[in-house]
Structure formats: structure tokens, C-alpha cells
Design a protein around this ligand. Structure first.
Ligand SMILES: [Zn+2]
Length: 460
């Protein structure tokens, strides 16, 4: 019998309202027992995995990841992206459909499932496109995508501008019980904006991406969720107005939800003006201690260019409040790898996006748990229970019989995110050199140790 006993830990399982000292017994890849009695029930040949003093929780889920395969494997592959996921504490990821070709048909979904089964370090769930070619003109075959196994549809990277088309897509998605995830961006307002429209865009002479460009589409999505009854999920929220709209809509019981990414609730647009400006203004309280230890970067660093852009300190505060009061239920990375040569150009010409899988848990702990805005269990719920519920995944819980996906972490351990130590194929992270607090030490997927600290990959 294949059995593993994880011992000596504090088990936090928001789905079962559990936060207690316990052992976890895994048999044949499934959770067999959680509790002090687990050791007594373990078969004689059980492998023991002592993790004294560490937190064990259901394997984390990141529902917003760009794995770049097929078609853009110079940036990332399913193998490297899922390796980065494991190192960041994630046992399941949802990959976005803006690959080349895009995931707008059943064949591409099958291809990804196949490659992920062989090469993936963690579980890969697939999001299909809303429209053919992600062109925003014609609906993708939503029923056929659902049969192929997609867990949601989204045109992420793009946003369906035609409201009538979006309405019809929502009606179809509802018939197939698929949530629709939306990258909220009004093209006519945003035009070719490259950073948040505000003080710093004026100072730096860069074209502005106004907060209203996001808020308009969040409002549109709320209205259409009400019209159609479909479940709409607003991706990577960055603006205060978006949080306010979502809060009001949820009060009215509408099927609308939202997610936030650590860069939007850690950094602000001042970071685009360079580390000096950031640490002296909006960054004052982020890392606690002052110089000499603060990371440095120059103005116009393209590692601080993403879509939606870093916003004002007031927007950042609103996102943190939205996470604290439950308006925003889900945390994720929007892991968006790009090659160095693509990012090493003028700010205007660089692609949007940063990697995030390996730093998102630590940044979330720092900005939400260590600042006492959220308890540890509440934070873990936003990476487990909440995404599993939205996408109806049989994951995110340590219930008996569930898949034995576990994340093992020390929420207090300090570490520095070093270039070269990351598993992602790309290095477009703004957080290199940052002293982070909160570290994943091991990840178990389906009862197998997929990654443990000391960079020792255990054969699956
Ligand atoms: Zn997006």
C-alpha cells in the first residue's frame, strides 16, 4: 500500500473550519485521516514525513496563470510553469487561453491535458476562450469546450468589447454552468495607455491607462450578470471603483466575483518612477526596515509594466480593504512570463506582465496576514476553498477521500527572492532582491512529494 504520514504540523483547512495540531495520513493518493489519531491508523509500511512546527493546508490553487504552451515556449512551458507553481506552493493552476494557437477549440484543450499529464509537476486545469481566436468577434464553441473539460472561459489579455456578444456568451456559459472570467478593459478609454493615468504618468511622460477603463467593464459585467444570471468573475482587479462596484453588487446577491494579484496590493505607480521614489513615498511601510537592504531599480523599468497597471496608493488600499472584508474572495498571480529581450526595450514597447507564481504567497502573507488584515485561515481560503468553489474543482479541501494535494509552509520564514533560484523560464519579476516573509517548504500532489525545500526534486 502506498501511504504517507505528514506529522507534527498545524493543519489549516478552511473548508472544514479546521485549525489545529494534527497529522495527515495519505493512502493511495487520497486523504485518509486528519487528526491526532492518524499515526495510529497508519499501515506498517507508511512513509513518515515529519514537518514539525509547519503549517499544512490544502494544496493552493492559482486560477490565473499563463503557461504559454502551445506556441510561446521560449517564455514558459507546461513543465517549467508547473515547476514554478510547485515552488510557489501551488498544486493546481488554471492556464489562460491566449496561447498560440489560442485555446478556443476542443483539440487544443486535449493537447494541453495530454502534455500536462506527462510533463506537469502539478494539476493543470484549462480555461477556454470566450471568442474564436480571442478576437472578440465571434463566439467560441462553448459547449464543445465544456465537453473537452475547460473549467471556465475567458479572453484574458483581451476583453470582449461588444456588449451584445458578451451577453450571448454569458447566456451560453450559464447553460453549461461555466463561469466567465473577464479581463476588464474598455479599449476606447484605455487606448494605448501603458501605466496608470495619474500624477506619475504625467511626470514620466507616459500615456495613461485610466482606472475608469477597468471600472466601466466591471459595471458592465455586473449589469450583464444580473441580466443573464450567469456567473461572472472579474480578473486582476486594480482600481478602487471596481471594488466599490463589486461590493454593492454582492450585497444585492448577484453572481459576481473578483480576484486580486499581489503586485496590485503591494506596489503602486510610484514604482515606475524608480525605487527611490517608491520607497520614499508609497513603499515606506512595505518592507518595514529602511536602507541599506532595500532593492533598487531605475525609472521606466519594464518589470513594473503590467495590465492592468500598478495604480495609486488609494487604489492599493481599496484592494486590500476589499480582500479584508471579503468583497474580493480570490488571490492569484496573473503569472505572465516574457523573454528578457522582449522586456529590454523602451517602456512603451515592452509587453505587459510579470511572473508571479513563486512570490505571490509570501507577498500575500506580508500584505494581509502579517499586517493583521486577515487571519491565516482566511488567507488560505482565498487560495483554496474560494477558487475551488468558483470553478467547481474537486480540490481545495482536506476532507476524507479528497485528492491528497498539500502545501506545507512556514508563514514567518524570511528569505530573499534571488534571480537564478527561480524555476520559471522567464525572469520578468519586479521582486528580485526583495526580503520576503513566508516560505513554502514542500508540496504534495496526489500523495507524492513533488517539491521540497533544499531544491531536491523527488521523482514523481
Ligand atoms: Zn488579464
Amino acid at each position: 500500500m502506498n501511504a504517507l504520514l505528514v506529522t507534527g504540523c498545524r493543519v489549516i483547512d478552511p473548508a472544514n473550519r479546521l485549525d489545529d495540531a494534527a497529522d495527515v495520513l495519505i493512502i493511495e493518493g487520497k486523504i485518509a485521516t486528519v487528526g491526532r489519531q492518524a499515526a495510529a491508523q497508519a499501515p506498517s509500511d507508511t512513509e513518515r514525513f515529519p514537518v514539525p512546527g509547519l503549517v499544512v493546508c490544502p494544496g493552493l490553487i492559482d486560477l490565473h496563470v499563463h503557461l504559454r504552451e502551445p506556441g510561446q515556449v521560449a517564455k514558459e512551458t507546461i513543465a517549467t510553469g508547473t515547476a514554478a507553481a510547485a515552488r510557489g506552493g501551488f498544486t493546481s493552476v488554471v492556464c489562460m487561453p491566449n496561447t498560440s494557437p489560442p485555446i478556443d477549440n476542443a483539440g487544443t484543450v486535449a493537447l494541453i491535458h495530454e502534455v500536462a499529464t506527462v510533463q506537469g509537476a502539478v494539476n493543470v486545469f484549462v480555461a477556454g476562450a470566450i471568442t474564436k481566436d480571442i478576437a472578440g468577434e465571434e463566439m467560441a464553441p462553448i459547449g464543445s469546450l465544456k465537453r473537452a473539460g475547460v473549467v471556465a472561459i475567458t479572453d484574458d489579455g483581451h476583453c470582449v468589447q461588444n456588449h451584445e456578444l458578451m451577453r450571448r456568451a454569458l447566456e451560453y456559459a450559464r447553460m453549461f454552468d461555466l463561469p466567465v472570467m473577464d479581463h476588464c478593459q474598455d479599449y476606447s478609454l484605455v487606448t494605448d495607455g501603458v501605466m496608470h493615468e495619474g500624477y506619475w504618468s504625467t511626470v514620466l511622460g507616459l500615456r495613461g491607462w485610466p482606472a475608469a477603463g477597468e471600472e466601466l467593464i466591471v459595471a458592465r459585467n455586473i449589469l450583464l450578470a444580473e441580466t443573464t444570471g450567469a456567473r461572472v468573475h472579474c480578473q486582476h482587479l486594480s482600481a478602487a471603483g471596481s471594488v466599490r462596484l463589486l461590493r454593492e453588487a454582492k450585497k444585492r446577491g448577484l453572481p459576481i466575483s473578483g480576484e486580486a494579484c499581489p503586485h496590485h496590493f503591494t506596489l503602486t505607480d510610484a514604482a515606475v518612477a524608480g525605487s527611490d521614489k517608491f520607497w520614499r513615498t508609497d513603499g515606506k511601510d512595505i518592507l518595514g526596515q529602511g536602507p541599506p537592504d532595500l532593492p533598487e531599480w531605475s525609472a521606466y523599468d519594464t518589470k513594473f509594466k503590467m495590465n492592468p497597471p500598478l495604480r495609486s496608493a488609494a487604489d492599493r488600499e481599496a484592494i486590500l480593504e476589499g480582500l479584508a472584508d471579503g468583497t474580493i474572495e480570490i488571490l492569484c498571480s496573473d503569472h505572465a512570463p516574457h523573454c528578457d529581450y522582449e522586456k529590454e526595450v523602451e517602456f512603451d514597447y515592452a509587453p505587459f506582465g510579470i511572473t508571479g507564481l513563486e512570490t505571490e504567497l509570501a507577498l500575500s502573507l506580508m500584505q494581509l496576514y502579517h499586517t493583521k488584515r486577515l487571519g491565516l485561515s482566511e488567507l488560505i481560503a482565498k487560495y483554496t476553498l474560494a477558487p475551488a468553489q468558483l470553478l467547481r474543482l474537486p480540490k481545495g479541501t482536506l476532507s476524507i477521500g479528497a485528492d491528497a494535494d498539500l502545501t506545507i509552509l512556514d508563514p514567518n520564514r524570511e528569505w530573499v527572492f534571488e534571480p537564478g533560484a527561480a524555476a520559471s523560464k522567464s525572469s520578468n519579476s519586479p521582486f528580485y532582491g526583495w526580503r520576503l516573509r513566508g516560505k513554502v517548504l514542500a508540496v504534495i500532489v496526489g500523495g507524492r512529494k513533488v517539491w521540497v525545500q533544499a531544491n531536491e526534486a523527488i521523482p514523481a
